[in-house]
Every structure is written in structure tokens, then in C-alpha cells.
Design a protein around this ligand. Structure first.
Ligand SMILES: Cc1cc2nc3c(=O)[nH]c(=O)nc-3n(C[C@H](O)[C@H](O)[C@H](O)COP(=O)(O)OP(=O)(O)OC[C@H]3O[C@@H](n4cnc5c(N)ncnc54)[C@H](O)[C@@H]3O)c2cc1C
Length: 447
């Protein structure tokens, strides 16, 4: 049996453990935190995230989709909340297409429990990786409860230890390793809209809610208990930045001024705002992802900003691709090399797309010209389904590599720019001439 070590048993580490265990690897997972299934699990806030097709594909392959479905709430589109209290719903795709809100903690627990079913898989909780010695192929872990340090001899080892990966930190000191990190000038804070007295959702349940305010925004995703987890994204400083919110009165004024429709549903706003951290957002890129028998995966290889809801989905796709390569080729060096070469351009592409999507969500999504452009893009996609897909669909609902989605969307922008400049497009967008122009463009491009 092949001995494999994982550093980090978060979302990507735990699904990777399932794949490797099923494939007959003997897997040991060292996780810094305590067992989330236990009583002394660190009780986090109710934090959810959007699971989309790429993530579901990995869950399906490992046979976990049916266990995850009961905790997944479909969100069929964006519900835009304007300042005057009006809303408009923008579907993500056709009626069958949705992204799904899932609790990060519950998803992690399901995957850990699944991997733990194998008697050749062992989880070691409260074990923080502190050092990696590539020459001797050892990893040292500190027991966070007792302080004891142990050094393990390891074979194939994955760093699934997130954005601040200890394995990546060790790789940074090896020859020819490139690394960059870019902090965004904005931050986020998680907040809460509770369920109503009957335990029901106080906003439309099957939507991702957005309060776009040009340079900042709030979003909300539904939880299974009837509540919503909200996230405020704003700059650190400047007008409407976090630094401008200092006192209880400031908090109330900020929300009642900018998000009045949400404010009235947030009875614990002041307490939550003061208690919950203001967290930074960072993009991290590095290469190579493989050093000898050590490899990076998930956020450890590519931490991205959350605006496309793809960080975890991308990490799950890493696992999916890695697994396919591993099954096809028994030469470890070759499949690890193929893995990093295939994933790196896609990780870079989704990192760029995620940065762009912040602008789209906080600003463009509320603008009539952008909404018109989106409607035209969807109409073309509906008429030429084999030849044209919206960017959102390519990223969220397709198997297309992220890098292909990015390059195709740049090309498609040419057509959309042309259409948006047509005379009286506000009234003509449903006319046959728009589709004719699209068809000519598609032919010209050989599509
Ligand atoms: C605000 C926000 C919203 C997001 N929303 C979405 C979304 O809607 N959809 C989506 O797909 N993605 C989303 N993401 C991204 C997603 O959270 C990450 O991409 C995903 O968690 C990456 O999984 P991971 O397992 O690689 O890393 P992590 O989830 O960070 O897990 C790393 C694990 O390693 C452990 N660890 C860390 N250091 C050590 C160490 N030294 N030793 C041992 N263990 C260690 C940690 O305790 C943790 O359990 C969001 C991110 C943020 C910040």
C-alpha cells in the first residue's frame, strides 16, 4: 500500500483523503485544528460557501454528492438589492442551473467522516506542521495541546494546508521557486441575518443576495436553519471603508444608510460587527507546485479572492484532475508533473477572473447598461447553445478549463461591445438583427 501524508485536513485535504483512500493509499492526515466532529471542536461562526459544478463533479466521483445534497441550498441567481429597497433577480442560467450554499463546517465533517471509514486512513488532529526537511524527507508536527514535537519520515506528501501553507513556506527556500502574494486594499467581515420566529428565511431562500454599492457591497447566502450569513466587503480606509466605522452609532448609521433593507433584519448587528474579525483578502501564486515527493494543492498552491465563488471548487477540481492522472499513470514523477502543468494556467486564470468579478458584483451588477449586456449575452447563448456560452456559465456550469473560459470570454467581449454600441440597443436588444450580427460573428470566428 502506498503511504501518503497530507498536511491539512480542511476542504481540499479531506476530499483528497477520500480519493486516495479509495484508491488504496494508506493516508495519514495531520490537521492543526481539533476534530470538527468532536465536542471540543472549535465552534466557528456559521460560514457558508457556494458549491458549483466543478465541486459537485469531484463529490460525485467520490460518491459523496448524495450525502452533501441535504445540506446544499440551491441559489438560482443573484438578487440585487437597490438602495431604494427595490430588488431584481438575475438568473445564473436556465431554470435547472444553480450554485449551492453549503456550510463549510458540515461539508468538512462529511468528508472527514467518509475518509475515516477506511481503516488504512488515520487523522491526527491538533498537529501543526512546523517544519519540512526535503533532504531527509521528514515533516515535524507540534501537538497544539501538549506542545510535543514529533518528526515523521514521509513518502508522497501533499500540502493541503491552505493559503498560509507551511509546506509552501519551506518550498520558498528551495531553488527556482517563484512566489507572489498580493493583498487587496479591501477586507471582509461576516455578519448574520437570523431566521424569523417560524424558523423561516427572511429573504428569498434560493438566491445569492447582493447589495452593490459601487465601491463596496454586502452579500448574503442562505443557511439550512433559515438564517443567512452576510459578508460585507469594503476598503480598509477612505469613504465607506472599515476605518470609518468606529462606534456603535457608526455601525448603525452605516448599515441603515447603505443597506436599509438588510439592516432591519439584523438585530445583533452591532454585537456581530464588533465580535467578528475584519479579514484581509489575498491572491497567492507560486510555481512549481511539486518538489521531489512533495506537492501543493488547493489554496496552498493558489489562494484567490472569493468573488467568483471558485476557490474550493478549483481545489476540488485539482483533486479530480490529480486523481485521473494518478489512475492513468503509475509513474509518480510523471503524474505529479502532468498535474502541476495542467492546473497552473487554470489557477492563474481563475485568480484573474475572481479579481474582475469583485468589480462586477459591487458596481456593474447594479448598472442598467451592464444588466442589458448580461441579458444580451444570455440571449445569444440561448440561441446558439453549442457555439456560445456566457462567461459565468463557462466558469460555473461547465467543464471548460478556466484558462479557456477566460480567453473565450475575451473574444466574446468583442461581439458584445459591438452590439452594445448599436443604435437604440435599449429597445432593440430583442430584435432579429442582434442575433444576425451574433451569427455572422460566430461564423467569422469559425464557431
Ligand atoms: C470569505 C470567503 C468566501 C469564500 N467563498 C467561497 C465560495 O463561495 N466558493 C468557493 O468555492 N470558495 C470560496 N472561498 C474559498 C475557499 O474557502 C477556499 O478556496 C478553500 O477553503 C480552500 O480549501 P483548502 O483545503 O485548500 O484550504 P483551507 O480550507 O484553508 O484548509 C486548510 C486546512 O489546513 C489546516 N492547516 C493550516 N496550516 C496547517 C499546518 N501548519 N499544519 C497542519 N494543518 C494546517 C487548516 O487548519 C485547515 O483545516 C471563500 C474564501 C473566503 C475567504
Amino acid at each position: 500500500m502506498k503511504q501518503t501524508t497530507l498536511i491539512g485536513g480542511g476542504l481540499v485535504g479531506s476530499i483528497l483523503a477520500c480519493f486516495l483512500s479509495k484508491n488504496g493509499h494508506s493516508v495519514q492526515i495531520f490537521e492543526r485544528r481539533s476534530d470538527p466532529r468532536g465536542n471540543d471542536a472549535e465552534r466557528g461562526r456559521s460560514i457558508n460557501l457556494a458549491l458549483s459544478d466543478r465541486g459537485w463533479r469531484a463529490l460525485e466521483k467520490i460518491g459523496l454528492a448524495e450525502k452533501v445534497r441535504p445540506i446544499a441550498i440551491p441559489m438560482k441567481g443573484r438578487m440585487i438589492h437597490h438602495l431604494d429597497g427595490t430588488t431584481n433577480f438575475i438568473p445564473y442560467g436556465d431554470d435547472n442551473q444553480a450554485i449551492y450554499s453549503v456550510s463549510r463546517g458540515d461539508l468538512n465533517k462529511i468528508m472527514i467522516a467518509e475518509a475515516d471509514e477506511f481503516n488504512h486512513t488515520d487523522f491526527f488532529f491538533n498537529q501543526r506542521c512546523e517544519a519540512v526537511d526535503f533532504e531527509n524527507s521528514t515533516v515535524s508536527f507540534r501537538n497544539t495541546k501538549t506542545g510535543a514535537l514529533t518528526t515523521q519520515q514521509v513518502g508522497l506528501t501533499f500540502g493541503s494546508d491552505g493559503a498560509f501553507s507551511e509546506l509552501r513556506y519551506a518550498m520558498q527556500r528551495t531553488h527556482n521557486f517563484n512566489f507572489s502574494q498580493t493583498y487587496e486594499p479591501y477586507a471582509y467581515k461576516e455578519l448574520h441575518i437570523p431566521e424569523d420566529a417560524a424558523g423561516q428565511w427572511q429573504l428569498e431562500k434560493n438566491a445569492l443576495h447582493i447589495w452593490p454599492r459601487q465601491s463596496f457591497m454586502m452579500i448574503a447566502l442562505p443557511n439550512t436553519d433559515g438564517s443567512f450569513t452576510c459578508t460585507l466587503f469594503a476598503s480598509y480606509d477612505g469613504a465607506n471603508g472599515f476605518d470609518s466605522i468606529k462606534t456603535d452609532a457608526d455601525i448603525e448609521k452605516y448599515f441603515s444608510t447603505h443597506f436599509p433593507s438588510a439592516f432591519k433584519l439584523m438585530p445583533d448587528l452591532v454585537r456581530d460587527f464588533k465580535k467578528n474579525p475584519t479579514s484581509s483578502l489575498v491572491t497567492m501564486r507560486c510555481y512549481p507546485w511539486v518538489h521531489n515527493n512533495f506537492a501543493l494543492i488547493g489554496d496552498a498552491a493558489h489562494a484567490i479572492v472569493p468573488f467568483y465563488g471558485q476557490g474550493m471548487n478549483c481545489g476540488f477540481e485539482d483533486v479530480n484532475v490529480l486523481f485521473e492522472l494518478l489512475v492513468e499513470n503509475s509513474n509518480q514523477e510523471e503524474w505529479l508533473e502532468a498535474y502541476q502543468q495542467s492546473r497552473k494556467p487554470n489557477a492563474d486564470a481563475i485568480a484573474n477572473l475572481a479579481l474582475y468579478n469583485y468589480i462586477e458584483m459591487r458596481d456593474l451588477s447594479a448598472r442598467p447598461d451592464f444588466q442589458l449586456r448580461t441579458k444580451i449575452e444570455k440571449r445569444i447563448a440561448a440561441h446558439f447553445p453549442e457555439r456560445f456560452m456566457t462567461l459565468y456559465s463557462m466558469v460555473t456550469f461547465s467543464k471548460l478549463p478556466y484558462a479557456t473560459a477566460l480567453s473565450k470570454s475575451k473574444e466574446q467581449s468583442e461581439l458584445l461591445d459591438k452590439i452594445m454600441h448599436l443604435h437604440d440597443i435599449e429597445n432593440q436588444w430583442e430584435s432579429a438583427s442582434v442575433l444576425k450580427l451574433a451569427e455572422e460573428w460566430l461564423k467569422e470566428k469559425g464557431l
